[in-house]
Design a protein around this ligand. Structure first.
Ligand code: PHE
Length: 454
């Protein structure tokens, strides 16, 4: 069979497109906003000492995240192909491997993301039917690993496959346009509610008290950089893929700013709802008990102690989590789907079904063992996303012909693009190499602890 993946879909049938600018924005923000903003952000913020971590994370979002975000948008919109074919389009066949690493990263992330997505589904349903368990820690232990976890993972993945099968406009865009505004409303509602609870002040203090000494450690910097990439869905082609369905006249600079600020805003507001709730209800001891499960233990405990109001607030909270998780999972699966549509000529539905089934199978490990889930998360974020981000910066900064001209299409010239180029060529790669290098001991430590304990 001749390799026609380089020709692009337009020669066979017109490439799908977003129905509107808002549709794209909701989908891209939907990809960015997810478990990363709530589950991951809150456990890291508490594990890494609160506000110092938050400040570094904001800094990295601006200095490292924004340039890479614009780079992914530029490649995707310009090439109008999935990640592997897009990189080959601008860099030649030798760059296909980087696209393949992206697809592998999507596979790895979705494998455990679907497991956590399953937990959120279960908690949302339980809040609305039987209420929160009286022993939240034991309950989490029961449902977070084992066949329960596998079952909810499968349900969550079926939902993801169903949406992606529907296509760009009729599936992904339609869901994002309803889901994202609902998520924003729920979050603001809960943050306001939490602010009015007695004792919430301690939560704000914990979350917002800046401790410079704690922030200035390599460990915190590594975590904050990884989180900036994870939260913005960068370094593995998700945003690149979504951008490949954009019309040529879209204004990429403007979209970069909207997506990144929406994402940071949601993470910040998530902190404003989570910490005051936990502190007002005296559950702060639970946070340190199990970092990964903090969200699924401390908060349900707080909701349970609030009686009926807790079921309403808690139900809404977990519904928002489901929504965030689902719209992110969709974008992860879309990377795999669009790449296999390009490479094998599969129909969308077939690609979504096979991709979803493969990911679910691979994720079964994480459904049975939380330590493997934690390891997959470290590997995916610290190695794949930060490494993938490095690959993209080098690609756009040094390999691609005139990225500035491509980025400017639809927005006109501005000085910003010149700064962008310099950041991509020098500042971002150097910072990412430093971070990647320094993250290796921790990741390696986790590998050793699991495979060669003792
Ligand atoms: N950004 C998503 C979140 O915060 C996770 C994600 C990572 C999605 C990478 C796509 C690609 O939950």
């Amino acid at each position: 069979m001749p390799d026609d993946s380089l020709k692009g879909a337009s020669e066979h049938e017109p490439r799908e497109e977003w129905r509107s600018r808002w549709g794209f924005l909701f989908a891209a923000v939907g990809s960015a906003v997810g478990l990363g903003n709530m589950w991951r952000f809150s456990y890291l913020a508490s594990e890494k000492g609160g506000a110092g971590f938050v400040a570094l994370y904001l800094l990295f979002t601006v200095v490292l995240g924004l340039p890479v975000l614009l780079a992914e948008l530029t490649i995707g919109r310009g090439a109008r192909r999935g990640p592997i074919a897009a990189l080959a389009h601008y860099g030649g066949d030798a760059w296909r491997w980087l696209g393949a690493v992206f697809v592998a990263a999507g596979f790895l992330i979705l494998s455990y993301y679907g497991v956590i997505g399953g937990w959120t589904l279960r908690y949302a349903f339980e809040a609305m039917s039987i209420g929160f368990a009286s022993d939240a820690g034991a309950h989490f232990g029961d449902v977070a690993s084992g066949f329960d976890s596998l079952g909810t993972q499968i349900v969550f993945m079926c939902l993801t496959v169903a949406v992606v099968s529907g296509g760009i406009g009729a599936g992904i865009e339609r869901v994002a346009r309803i889901a994202m505004p609902a998520l924003f409303l729920i979050m603001i509602g809960i943050a306001v509610y939490a602010a009015r609870l007695d004792g919430s002040g301690a939560g704000y203090a914990y979350y917002l008290n800046f401790d410079l000494e704690k922030a200035l450690t390599i460990d915190v910097a590594v975590a904050a950089a990884g989180q900036a990439f994870f939260s913005l869905s960068l370094g593995m082609g998700a945003i690149l893929t979504f951008a490949s369905y954009l019309p040529r006249n879209s204004h990429l600079g403007r979209e970069t700013v909207v997506i990144s600020f929406a994402d940071f805003g949601v993470a910040f507001v998530a902190g404003l709802m989570i910490f005051p709730l936990i502190f007002a209800l005296g559950m702060q001891g639970e946070i340190s008990g199990s970092t990964i499960g903090a969200l699924f233990v401390a908060l349900p405990k707080a909701f349970e102690s609030m009686g009926f109001a807790g079921r309403i607030v808690g139900g809404a909270f977990f519904v928002a989590l489901v929504v965030g998780a689902l719209t992110s999972a969709i974008s992860l699966l879309e990377v795999i789907v669009s790449a296999s549509m390009d490479a094998f000529g599969w129909a969308r539905r077939k690609a979504a079904l096979l991709g979803g089934a493969g990911v679910t199978l691979a994720g079964a490990w994480s459904a049975f063992r939380i330590d493997l889930l934690d390891l997959a998360d470290s590997l995916a974020t610290n190695l794949f996303l930060v490494g993938g981000g490095l690959g993209i910066t080098i690609f756009v900064g040094w390999v691609m012909d005139d990225p500035v001209a491509e980025a400017r299409v639809g927005s006109g010239g501005s000085m910003i693009h010149g700064i962008w180029r310099v950041l991509l060529r020098f500042v971002v790669p150097i910072a990412l190499i430093f971070i990647l290098w320094n993250s290796l001991p921790e990741t390696w430590g986790k590998v050793r602890a699991i495979f060669w304990p003792g």
